[in-house]
Design a protein around this ligand. Structure first.
Ligand code: BJW
Ligand code: ZN
Length: 267
């Protein structure tokens, strides 16, 4: 992804952020890209450019070829464990410390938001670490060490559940699977109640996640898009910042903070 200078930040956006009581940040794979975690659909570098989603990211694929799928996810888990949060993640953690309420709604299955310091994070598509039994859903504790896997992964037979002997599966949401209601409902509620909605690094192609910005828009929130490339939903946004997560987020919140500190009575 070429890194250009980030676009200037409109004053109206800083004002909206400054006066917001409830802020939602909606992140996708582009949020983690500058930490070295590949996106899905970016030209040349996206995972779905090199790997077949039908063979790797559906329940049918896991049923058909569990060792192929498990091995690929172990490689993904290695990349995630080796990645470190970047300046954009840290800026979001700083925002949580001073905002009245910040909800991070992420499609990402890594834990970079949490490792940066965010505590209120909803994972719509699950987590690479939250593995469970396919048969009885018992959680499975992964070894603490970082997997050592070749590029693209290799076939590895999934571990077996200690309770029932069923295969253990990655704790992510695959195509055709419902998103977990205990996560989707609070995400929907947060979208409907927020004053400012900030989308970062998602193509907005995958549903139902892609509907959430529209929920926020219908509820009257100010919508901000951060992405180096246009997306199909740009027309719904009040502000489109053309730049990367690591460029735009620190700049946006630095301007919001500097301006806020000039306002008497705001803690
Ligand atoms: C940067 C950057 C930088 C780069 N800074 N930005 C037909 C029409 C409509 C819907 C459907 C349909 N057919 C099927 C469906 C439903 C399907 C769906 O939406 N499919 C579409 C693809 C068409 N959805 C589902 O199946 C969902 N479940 C569901 O609908 O349940 C109901 C149901 C149940 C039963 C039967 C039928 C319905 C589940 C979706 C699960 C998605 N899972 C994945 C994999 C997770 C596990 C894993 O990680 O392996 O989730 S797919 C993948 O896409 C992953 C992501 O979370 C998700 C979204 O991707 P994201 O984050 O937007 O990444 P990219 O790569 O697309 O975009 C990156 C962006 O970042 C780009 O814009 C870049 O420009 C930008 N960028 N560098 C900022 N540095
Ligand atoms: Zn089991």
């Amino acid at each position: 992804m070429p890194v250009a200078d980030a676009a200037p930040i409109p004053l109206g956006l800083i004002e909206s952020l400054r006066s917001a009581r409830r802020i939602c940040v909606f992140s996708g794979a582009g949020m983690s890209a500058e930490s070295g975690v590949p996106t899905f659909r970016d030209a040349l570098t996206g995972l779905w450019e090199r790997f077949d989603a039908e063979r790797l990211a559906t329940p049918e694929a896991f049923h058909r070829d569990p060792s192929l799928v498990w091995g690929w996810y172990e490689w993904r888990r290695m990349k995630m464990r080796l990645a470190q949060p970047h300046a954009g993640h840290r800026a979001l953690a700083g925002l949580e410390r001073r905002a009245a309420q910040l909800t991070v709604i992420t499609q990402n299955v890594d834990d970079l938001h949490e490792r940066a310091g965010n505590t209120n994070v909803l994972h719509l598509h699950g987590s690479l670490e939250a593995t469970r039994c396919v048969r009885c859903a018992a959680p499975f504790a992964l070894p603490a060490d970082i997997p050592q896997e070749p590029e693209g992964g290799r076939r590895i037979e999934p571990p077996r559940c200690a309770s029932c002997g069923g295969r253990v599966r990655p704790g992510v949401v695959w195509f055709g699977e419902s998103l977990p209601m205990p996560i989707l409902q609070p995400a929907h509620d947060a979208a409907a109640a927020c004053d400012v909605w900030i989308t970062v690094g998602t193509s907005g192609l995958v549903y139902p996640a892609a509907e959430l910005p529209l929920v926020a828009a219908r509820a009257g929130a100010t919508l901000v898009q951060i992405n180096p490339l246009p997306t199909p939903l740009d027309a719904h946004y009040d502000h489109v910042l053309s730049g990367t997560a690591a460029q735009c987020l620190p700049e946006l919140f630095a301007q919001e903070r500097d301006r806020a500190s000039l306002q008497p009575g705001r803690s």
